[in-house]
Write a protein that binds this ligand. Structure first.
Ligand SMILES: [Zn+2]
Length: 97
């Protein structure tokens, strides 16, 4: 089996990186490559696993931080926001899911 080129050599368990927290407490993460489900855990440590959907209705705070037409995904379950993974873009361009 081929080793994925994006993986650092010895990351034990990949976790999405927290990049920002909005003033209302919404967390903003960077998606892992090909990540399609939310990796947040609730207070009991249960994985959220909500679907990440492209989201266009972000407010001014998000626009100021990430641009007017930023590519934002939102977990439909816990509302955590996700930015696309920068390593993923050169290969795939616009994500189709
Ligand atoms: Zn979630």
């Amino acid at each position: 089996m081929a080793t994925p080129t994006y993986a650092p050599s010895d990351t034990p368990l990949a976790v999405a990186e927290l990049v920002d927290t909005l003033s209302d407490g919404t967390k903003v993460m960077i998606r892992l490559p090909r990540m399609r489900a939310c990796g947040e855990k609730d207070a009991k440590g249960k994985l959220c696993a909500g679907h990440l959907k492209r989201w266009f209705f972000f407010g001014r705070e998000v626009k100021e931080k990430f641009g007017d037409d930023a590519e934002i995904y939102r977990c439909e379950h816990c509302r955590t926001l996700y930015l696309p993974n920068p390593e993923e873009q050169p290969r795939t361009g616009t994500l189709s899911y």
